[in-house]
Design a protein around this ligand. Structure first.
Ligand code: NDP
Length: 291
């Protein structure tokens, strides 16, 4: 069993602490605003008066606050106690912020892992909870068994920014899915069809369309968007144009889908009508040296 500090008792910090207590770990908790530790204290947590005191009582400090500005403030407060300990930062942020925090922790002689939580608080510890980690492999391996208790622990590499990169990329996919749902539902709503009713058609359709992704991925990885094309960019630009015309005619806003048609039209030119729509990836990807 480990001795663990949970720094930050928002909805997520509370869930992490509760889970670790259930698993029998010795948990010390701290939150900027007092009064949030009562339920955890009843389950056996000890409340520390400062972040430094919580860290000093523990081998691992799990930091989970609103953002990296808040995380930096807590790390500064806890700095005197961090040397020789492990800081696991599960605060949501950018890859650049994660890398800066890793450097800061190294300067304080703390081992550092950055994490991205792909779960809501009630999911913590459950079978669908996934937490992405990056940073020192040695540190991850040393604490993997403890971290697995919070959810499937997936280590992504030594670059501390990798967990955040994957976290934000997964969320980008999620928001794209939600955007499609909102746009499609607004279209049928224009004729009085309810969202719940429409879902019966939409979910199987979207599930079937997920089957297209491996083909697109292959084209993106090879850079060749002309292999095995069955629905070319020319046809799909006309089709998406029809969709946006219909959306406008129905009095529905086109905001969520219109940027995709702009990309299709920008990509469409002499010789690209027969390539796949995965070609639009070339318009949004970062240009690499040699391209
Ligand atoms: P909450 O809004 O519930 O809690 C925010 C926490 O941050 C509180 O403990 C708050 O302390 C603390 N905080 C804010 N500013 C500061 C500061 N300047 N100094 C010290 N502490 C500060 O957020 P969650 O617990 O839900 O989220 C925490 C992290 O987990 C976020 O980065 C979030 O993106 C991530 N996350 C959350 C998920 C969710 O569904 N909730 C899902 C996946 C990730 P105080 O009580 O004093 O205000």
């Amino acid at each position: 069993m480990a001795t663990i500090a949970i720094l930050g008792l928002g909805a997520m910090g509370q869930a992490l602490a509760a889970r670790l207590l259930t698993q029998g770990h010795a948990v010390t908790v701290w939150n900027r605003t007092r009064g949030k530790a009562m339920a955890l204290a009843a389950k056996g947590a000890r409340e520390a008066a400062s972040a430094a005191e919580a860290v000093a009582a523990s081998d691992i400090a799990v930091l989970c606050v609103l953002d990296y500005a808040a995380a930096a403030a807590v790390i500064d407060d806890a700095a005197p106690a961090l040397a020789g300990r492990t800081l696991v930062n599960l605060t949501n942020g950018t890859p650049a912020q994660a890398r800066a925090a890793a450097e800061h922790a190294a300067g304080l002689e703390a081992a550092y892992l950055d994490g991205g939580i792909m779960a809501t608080p009630p999911m913590i510890g459950g079978e669908h909870a996934l937490i992405l980690y990056s940073g020192s492999k040695t540190t991850f391996d040393a604490h993997a068994a403890t971290l697995e208790g919070l959810g499937t622990a997936r280590y992504l590499g030594a670059d501390a920014g990798l967990a955040s990169l994957h976290d934000l990329a997964l969320l980008s996919g999620m928001y794209g899915l939600f955007a499609g749902f909102f746009q499609a539902t607004a279209l049928v709503d224009s004729e009085g069809i309810g969202a719940g009713e429409f879902l019966k058609l939409l979910v199987p359709w979207m599930t079937a369309m997920m089957g297209e992704l491996p083909g697109y991925a292959e084209k993106i990885d090879s850079g060749d968007h002309r292999v095995g094309v069955v629905s070319g960019l020319g046809m799909q630009t006309a089709s998406l144009g029809n969709i946006l015309t219909a959306i406008s005619e129905q009095g529905v806003a086109t905001d969520l889908l219109a940027p995709m048609l702009d990309l299709f039209r920008r990509r469409l030119g002499p010789g690209t009508a027969d390539e796949d729509i995965s070609g639009v990836f070339e318009l949004i990807r970062r240009t690499r040296a040699g391209d």
